[in-house]
Design a protein around this ligand. Structure first.
Ligand code: CMC
Length: 438
């Protein structure tokens, strides 16, 4: 895969240093779609100044061909295909192929790719001992960070990042083994024996089987549940330069091995402002408890002195309905109906959504429900405990992280990521010996 370079446009931006009157012309770069970007790579060399952008709200950190988002209108596309079409017509492994290789596979290639992934689902038997070292009450995300980081100790025959074959093998291994690792984290936490993967099942079916089957009875995967699971995986597969993906790229920019980089991404995803939000949504709905208490919680969310935020609402990029949320909203209804679940939490969620979308505070700030608002409800209907929600996000996002990591390694303009700072601490102090310190 060759990364096409962003084009220098005819436009320039002139910056004037008003203290000296000096002006500097900065080139403007343009991609296929989306806002143009001022190229500040030579700014420090020419002006002696940095740019300042905590939270990177105005900074592009890389060029990428993988995912395009237009948050103002609610567009999400992978390699040009809309998320709605992919969720409706494709399946997760096809989307993995699309993200990793740049195209949807034809029939032969699809079969070959599926066989490659489904044949690598088993993990090294020695990994079982690693699980046994954790406390039973450990959060499954804590186990995921540890186990995925440890994969570099088990699969060190594929960690030469300069070898394209190694890069692809480690990518396949992670996509193939992540469901097994996630299901094992769950089994360990509930004290059940690990279930070995079954390669005759589809990716989603196999994951459900490894999670919910017990040796004492047959477990039959319901097709509608497997379909919903697969769709959840598709909806979480990639989301351009979010916090965890940027973490993976930054970790990888130093030449760290891919397993270590993905473990870093999992750590970043864990936070409640990112992947941890789906768990937080369910906890919040349980805390609100009844429709009557919604106004009280909306007031809390609006109160700047109260740290409470309406979980599952708002997004750094989407200032319109999150297209993933729209797809999942429909799936949630379908699954609850199919499973015959009359979930009061869903009713509460719908009412919360209705009231918030009419509330001036949320309308003004363009705070719409995001994907996590629905994923928690659907996952709990399938039978996952809340502590597994973010694990499932990590499982599905692994392909996005790996594709972005690979793209970065293959990008000739890639350098070690090293942000600058505005130093605001003490300028210089003389050392004080211990006996003289107050
Ligand atoms: N509840 C109440 N107020 C909010 C919320 C919320 N969920 N989200 C944003 N705001 C307010 C915020 O206080 C600010 O108000 P003001 O302009 O008066 O100061 C305004 O809306 C803009 O918010 P921001 O903090 O500048 O937005 P951000 O881009 O820094 O944060 C966010 C984005 C997702 C972290 C935030 O909206 C949030 O914390 N949402 C809840 C957590 C959540 O659902 N996260 C999942 C994100 S989607 C899955 C993923 O991709 O990881």
């Amino acid at each position: 895969m060759n990364v096409k370079a962003a084009k220098t446009t005819d436009a320039t931006v002139t910056v004037t240093d008003n203290s000296t009157g000096k002006t500097f012309d900065l080139p403007v770069l343009g991609g296929t779609l989306g806002p143009r970007a001022i190229d500040v790579r030579k700014l420090y060399a020419e002006t002696g100044m940095f740019t300042y952008d905590p939270g990177f709200t105005s900074t592009a950190s890389c060029e990428s061909e993988i995912t395009y988002i237009d948050g103002d209108v609610g567009i999400l596309r992978h390699r040009g295909y809309s998320i709605e079409e992919l969720a409706e017509n494709s399946d997760y492994l096809e989307v993995c192929h699309l993200l990793l290789y740049g195209d949807l596979p034809n029939a032969d290639r699809k079969q070959e790719f599926e066989a490659t992934i489904l044949r690598h689902t088993m993990v090294h038997e020695q990994l079982l001992y690693l699980y046994r070292g954790f406390r039973r009450d450990a959060h499954p995300m804590a186990i995921m960070v540890g186990v995925v980081g440890a994969m570099s100790a088990f699969y060190h025959d594929s960690i030469d990042i300069d070898d394209p074959t190694h890069r692809m093998i480690s990518a396949h291994r992670m996509i193939a083994k992540m469901p097994t690792i996630a299901a094992m984290a769950y089994k360990f936490s509930v004290g059940q024996p690990f279930t070995y993967p079954r390669n005759d099942l589809s990716y989603a079916e196999n994951f459900l089987h490894m999670t919910f089957a017990v040796p004492t009875e047959e477990y039959i995967v319901r097709p509608s549940v497997a379909k919903a699971m697969d769709r959840i995986f598709i909806l979480h597969a990639d989301h351009e330069q979010n916090a965890s993906t940027s973490t993976v790229r930054l970790a990888g920019s130093s030449g760290a091995n891919p397993f270590a980089c993905i473990a870093a991404g999992i750590s970043s995803l864990w936070g409640p402002a990112h992947g941890g939000a789906n768990e937080a949504v369910l906890n919040m709905l349980n805390e609100i408890g009844s429709k009557e208490r919604i106004p009280e919680y909306l007031e809390k969310a609006k109160n700047k002195d109260d740290p409470f935020r309406l979980m599952g609402f708002g997004h750094r990029v989407y200032k319109n309905y999150d297209p993933r949320a729209a797809v999942l909203r429909q799936s949630t209804h379908e699954v609850l109906e199919e499973l015959g679940i009359d979930d009061p939490l869903l009713e509460l969620a719908m009412e919360l959504e209705r009231i918030a979308l009419e509330d001036e505070y949320f309308v003004e700030r363009k705070l719409f429900p995001n994907v996590d608002f629905y994923s928690g409800i659907i996952l709990s209907a399938i039978g996952f405990p809340t502590s597994m929600f973010t694990v499932l996000f990590a499982l599905a996002r692994t392909v996005g992280w790996v594709a972005q990591w690979k793209e970065m390694i293959e990008d000739p303009s890639q350098r070690i990521g090293r942000p600058r700072q505005i130093f605001t601490g003490e300028a210089e102090r003389n050392f004080i010996t211990l006996k003289d310190r107050l």
